[in-house]
Write a protein that binds this ligand. Structure first.
Ligand code: PXL
Length: 265
């Protein structure tokens, strides 16, 4: 009998393979989960440029989710680039009609802007994300920029980041991991959840700029959760995985890429 956990990524396709659905699937399979997907958008991009975004009709996103859930016991859903109001609403409507006791855990990466600066969420859609998706999330994983936007408040130091996690956690009743990768000093992330507050600190790895760290981190958390680890354990394991994936980055032509296949320490 197989006990491989099934996880699902609802996100955009990054043809360059570092972020989006592609990063999620690599991470899921490397961390011993069976990965499934609902594609929301096709993003034509490479590490320096987003050329175009083509979004799928919201009903087509729902259809993918329906068929996967009809066939597989999905234990964790990770959401990434959802892009539009209609897609966010359809995804949430699908997830909400699942009995709350049977609903999978939901890890929300509130993707707003690409590493190259292109908007991956329409401006008028942030409110929909907050109202529809955050209340059913197990964990929300904003980086500093996203947390600033969500709170309409500047975050300049570790204390601000820690308070941001607590505020967002209280406001939405979900676990919140504010990722401090963009702060000046160590790479420190703050988790605020109903029963736990924890920080995760590693030395900053300098001089490695790669796409897809946010996508990969949230996918790794989803995979570790699907394997039955607690939220605090899953974030710790995923943080360690990320540190190794950045440290052992791959050199591909002129670019550095995350090594999604990095081995256990
Ligand atoms: O890293 C954010 C991100 C998420 N999802 C998709 C992307 C990107 C960055 O480019 O392309 C599909």
């Amino acid at each position: 009998m197989s006990s491989t956990p099934v996880v699902m990524s609802v996100a955009g396709s990054d043809c360059s393979g570092g972020a989006g659905i592609q990063a999620d699937l690599k991470t899921f399979s490397h961390l011993n989960c069976y990965g499934t997907t609902a594609v929301t958008c096709i993003v034509a991009e490479n590490p320096t440029e987003v050329r175009s975004i083509t979004s799928l009709p919201a009903k087509k996103v729902r259809e993918q989710m329906e068929l996967i859930f009809d066939a597989f016991p999905v234990s964790v859903v990770k959401t990434g680039m959802l892009y539009s109001n209609s897609i966010i609403k359809e995804v949430c409507s699908f997830l909400k009609q699942i009995d709350s006791l049977k609903r999978p855990k939901i890890v929300v990466d509130p993707v707003m802007v690409s590493t190259t600066g292109t908007k991956l969420l329409r401006k008028n859609s942030i409110q929909t994300l907050l109202e529809e998706l955050f209340p059913i999330a197990t964990l929300i994983t904003p980086n500093i920029h996203e947390a600033q936007l969500l709170l309409a408040k500047k975050i300049v130091n570790e204390l601000d980041a820690e308070q941001a996690a607590e505020l967002l956690c209280k406001r939405w009743g979900a676990g919140v991991l504010v990722k401090g990768g963009h702060l000046a000093k160590d790479a420190v992330d703050f988790l605020a959840a109903s029963k736990t507050h924890q920080s995760y600190r590693t030395d900053r790895i300098r001089g490695v700029k790669t796409n897809g760290t946010g996508c990969t981190y949230s996918a790794a958390i989803a995979a570790y959760l699907a394997q039955g680890n607690s939220l605090t354990e899953s974030v710790g394991l995923a943080k360690s995985f990320m540190t190794r994936a950045i440290k052992s980055h791959l050199k591909l032509g002129h670019f550095k890429a995350l090594n999604h296949y990095v081995v256990e320490p």
